[in-house]
Design a protein. Sequence first.
Length: 269
Amino acid sequence: MLTKQQKNAIVRIKSKEVAQIKKKFDIGLVRNAAFSIGTDFNSARVALNDPKTIPLIVPLLRKSLQGKGVIENYQPFKISRLLSRMKLTVFLVASDRELLGGDPAHISLVKTGAEVCVIQHDFFIDEVQIYQAKSYGSDGILLDSEFLDPKKLASFAEIAFQMGMEAFLKIYHPADLQYIDHEIIGGLVFDGESISENLQSEFYTVLKEEKFSQLPKIIGMSRLSPEEINQFHQYGIYHFLLNEDWLQQPDALLELERLIHKNWPDHQQ
């Protein structure tokens, strides 16, 4: 989870962005325009549940909140094309410029480069950002419960659904799910580093409920091994999110190819 200082800084930046949008445009006009601009929808939920694809979401961003530097010569179009050949079909693409080094244009770039699904990575604090996400061509959005109380989280998920997108919810406590309509969301995302030692907790008891059984449950991990993957499988968790700074390691694409070969050898051609 973020520090209080990080969270407050993000909220300040995003609140300023939202205020600027609302100053220039009526929110109703933004919403209506989004329907006419948005591109074709590809379901990330369907892609993740397809046994032919690697059950791994790959984040694409120039820099991470961990402050480990900025990726030089960042080319999301080229990267997504290369990764799609590895049977990776779901990407978490940063649109935030200041904090993540992304750009809204990267969403359409990635979708142009390959037959893939794009979940938009930004910090959603206002519904107008969801309308923008639709206009960018996003297939889904990542909603973080660190910035949204349970009622607003459910409301934003509903708005995304009405706009023809899937909301993926990053949650930290079972109470985050109390108002969620499980039938309209794309999946649930968790920080594996903080919960992997509590597999018998109330958290996992809730996730085993029938209403969540068909949802992709996605664990974010800094590293993955066959043993760790098998452990999560015992609790009905079959999908994973690559660490945000994976592109900053030497020979990143080669290392990712090795990780896939080690953990999902049956998917190799």
